[in-house]
Design a binder for this molecule. Sequence first.
Ligand SMILES: Cc1ncc(COP(=O)(O)OP(=O)(O)O)c(N)n1
Ligand code: 3NM
Length: 532
Amino acid sequence: MDRIDLSLYLVTDRSLLAGKDFLETLEQALLGGVTVVQIREKTSDTAEFLQLAQESKTLCDRYEIPLIINDRIDIALAVNARGVHLGQSDMPIGIARRLMPAGSIIGISCNSLDEVRRARDAGADYIGLGAVWETQTKRLTKPPIGVRGLGVMLEALDGSDIKAVAIGGIKSTNLARLMHGSWSQTNHGLDGVAVVSDIVASPEPKKAAQILKSIFMACKTAVSPFDRSFTSPRSRDEILDNVLNIMSSVRTRSPLVHQITNVVVSNQSANITLAMGASPIMATAPEEMSDLAKLSGALLVNIGTLRAESLEGMSKGGYFANASKTPVILDPVGIGASDFRKSFVNEILNCWQPSVIKGNAGELAVLAGSSEAASRGVDSLGGFQHPVSFVKQLARKERCIILLTGETDYISDGRRVLLLKNGDPMLGQITGSGCMLGSCIAAYCAAANASANEGNHELEGKLTRGGDLLSATVGAVLTLTIASELARKREDVRGIGTFLPALIDEVAALRPETVRRLARVEEVEETLTNAV
Ligand SMILES: Cc1ncc(COP(=O)(O)OP(=O)(O)O)c(N)n1
Ligand SMILES: Cc1nc(C(=O)O)sc1CCOP(=O)(O)O
C-alpha cells in the first residue's frame, strides 16, 4: 500500500460524544495529531452514514489525513475514502480489493493467530489486533487477546509489509505498557494504536490525542523497548559502586514501599523493610491503588496466598504503578502449584509490566513455559542445565530483570548475567526468606528509581524513571544474603527461631563497607542457547 501513517488511528463513535459536536470533536482530534481516521457507524442508516462520511472526508482532506470507512464499501466508494476496514464476517478481502479503486487501503480485524495468517495470505494492507483489553465501547464476542498475546501475532507478519495496529481498551494510562509488552521475540512492534473512547469521550479530545501521540512516539523511537528500559551499568565494579550508593539512598530517602503480599510473611516483610531503612505499607484494597501509586516508590506483588478477590487489587496496583513510573516487583510464589495461579499471573501481566521478576527454578520454569525444573507447592525441585542462558533469555522475553534464586542467585537484565554466591543455608530453612527478598528488592528499586531522572526529562513512554534496577536487585540480594551469613555467626543464634530476628537486626546494622568486603559477585559472559 501507499504508506499511510497508522501511529494514532482514531475510530469514531458518536454515542460517546457526551454532548460534544461530532465534527468539532473530529477536528480537535486532528489538531491533536491523529494520523488516520475511521468513521464507524453501527446504527445509522445509509443516508445518515453517507452525510457524516462526506463531512468527515472534507475535514480530513483539509488536514491531509486519510479517511477509512468501517464495513461499508459503498460508502467508501461514494466519498472517495482512502480505504475500508472490514470485520471477519464482512466482505472478503479479495472481493473488497476488486471493488475498491487500485491503491485503496484494506484493513481487517484479527483476534487470533489463524486470522492474522489468513489476513496476510489474503493481502490485507493492515490488521487491527483486538481487543487487547476489555472495553466499554463495544460488546466483545471473543475474549481479549491481552498484551502478552500480541507478540506471536506480530511475529506472523515478519517478512511481509502488512502493518498492525492494536485496538480495545487503549488509554494514555496503559499505552506504554502496551507498547512495551507487545513486541514479538523477533522485535516486531506495533505500527499504531486505534483508539475510540480515550479521544472521543474526552472533554478535551485535542489534548487526549496529543498525549496518546507523544507516548506512542516516545515508545516507537526506541531501538527496541528492551534497550531503553533500564539504565545499564557498565561493569561488575560499577554495579557494586551503584549497589552501595543505592543502599545509602534507601536509608536517606526512606521510600514508601507498597507491598501486596501473602498472609504468612506480611509481618516479617514489613519488618525487613523497616530494617533496611524504608517504610512499608501493606495495602490490598483496590480502591486505594491509584492513590498509593502516587505516594509509593515501588510496588511488590507476591501471590503466595492468592484468592480470586486478589485479582482486582493486584491488577490495579501494577497498572497505576506503571502509570506513575514506579517499579513493580513480581514474586510468582508457587505459580506451578495450580492452574488458578498460572492464569492469575497471566492475567495480571496483561495489565502491567513488571520491572523485576524473582523466583526459584520451579517458578521461573512455569513462567517461561519450560518443563526443565519442576516444583512442589512453593518449593523448587531441581534446577536448569544452563541457568545463565535461561535467565538472560527470560529477561529478554519478559523485558524485565530476572532473578533466579537458589544456592547461587542469577540476575540478568537480558544483556548481562551476574552470579551471586552469598547466603547461609539457614535462609532456606525459615519460612518467607524469598518473600523478604522481594521486599528488599522493592525497597532498593524504589531508592534507585527515585534517584534517577530527578529533572523528569524524557519520561514519556517509560514505565519507570529509568533507575538502575539491575544494581538495585543485586544490592537487595547481597543485603539479605550477607546479613544471613553474619546472623548465623552470632552466638545468640541457636536455630531458626533465633535466626529470623537476628537476620532482621543484621540487615538493620549492615554497612556498605561490609557489603563491599563480603560480596561474592561474578559477571559471566555467555552466548545464548535456546533455553527458554
Ligand atoms: C482499526 C480497527 N480494528 C478493529 C476494528 C473492529 O472492526 P470489526 O471487527 O469490523 O467490528 P466493528 O468495528 O464493525 O464493530 C475496527 N473497527 N478498527
Ligand atoms: C471498535 C472496536 N473493535 C474492537 C475489536 O476488538 O475489534 S474493540 C473496539 C472498541 C475500542 O474502543 P476503545 O478504544 O474505547 O476501547
